[in-house]
Design a protein around this ligand. Structure first.
Ligand code: GEK
Length: 233
């Protein structure tokens, strides 16, 4: 059944139910992004510090961080969707606890106070904030990150060149089609989600991270119109 109001979307129960399948089939490289988060948890987590997974959804990153980070970290997993956090609470009960505390917060990521952070993860979530608020938000994350700490930022991106924009969009659509994006309801919900997010160019992200005070800003992944950056303070 086609949805009546495609533009009207929320991260509600119906989205949370299909989320892992939906994101894997619509974001090229999602598995690589997760494995980089696990690698960064191993490399950057420092006992006694905080790790933030902002816009954690079902906690794919949070669970990997809990497994990979050295014990005695506090992992702050934040999302404003109650259906996502209810499912994450259950997943945490069912998975292995290696001695890191996970603090789940239902909140707007803009309200979170980032302090003493050894690692911050923004995996596909900055794109949902109004662009005019992003400088200040990333500035606060940089200020709350310890020297030597890291931020992993993954985003849908756009391109200044119109032909490149068109080509990458087409390749992304092909990717979704190849991954069986035929279920109308899911496809329409995903379209609604993607219509709500506001992508920026990779250069704009890199410039913002540098201006915020990250010393090493390294795009490490790009597939079509999705990219991920590792920024180290
Ligand atoms: C993953 N990181 O699986 N405050 C809090 N949460 C928000 C806000 C906000 N202002 N805006 C959006 N969200 C995850 C994937 S999904 C990406 C992240 C996608 C939350 C929203 O509720 C949703 O759970 C998440 O950000 C975005 O690695 O669907 O494209």
């Amino acid at each position: 059944m086609p949805l009546n109001r495609v533009g009207d979307f929320e991260f509600d129960d119906s989205v949370a139910d299909v989320f892992p399948d939906m994101i894997r089939r619509s974001v090229p490289g999602y598995a690589s992004m997760l494995s980089m988060i696990a690698q960064c948890a191993e490399r950057y987590a420092v006992p006694g510090t905080n790790i933030y997974d902002l816009g954690c959804s079902l906690g794919a990153g949070t669970l990997l961080i809990r497994q990979q980070a050295k014990p005695s970290c506090r992992i702050c997993a934040v999302d404003n969707s109650e259906p996502m956090l209810t499912r994450l609470r259950q997943r945490l009960k069912e998975s292995v606890d290696n001695g890191n505390v996970v603090d789940l917060q239902q909140a707007d990521i803009r309200e979170v106070e980032v302090i003493n952070a050894s690692l911050v993860v923004l995996n596909l979530t900055l794109q949902f904030l109004p662009p005019e608020e992003r400088d200040e938000f990333i500035g606060r994350i940089a200020a709350g990150t310890r020297a030597g700490g890291a931020l992993v930022l993954s985003e849908k991106i756009c391109f200044e060149d119109a032909a490149q924009q068109e080509l990458m969009t087409k390749l992304h659509h092909d990717f979704k089609r190849a991954h069986g994006y035929s279920d109308l309801e899911i496809a329409q919900k995903r379209t609604a989600i993607e219509n709500r997010l506001l992508p920026e160019t990779l250069d704009a992200h890199v410039a913002r991270l540098r201006a915020a005070g990250f010393r090493t800003v390294s795009p490490w992944f790009q597939c079509f119109n999705f990219a991920s950056i590792l920024a180290v303070k």
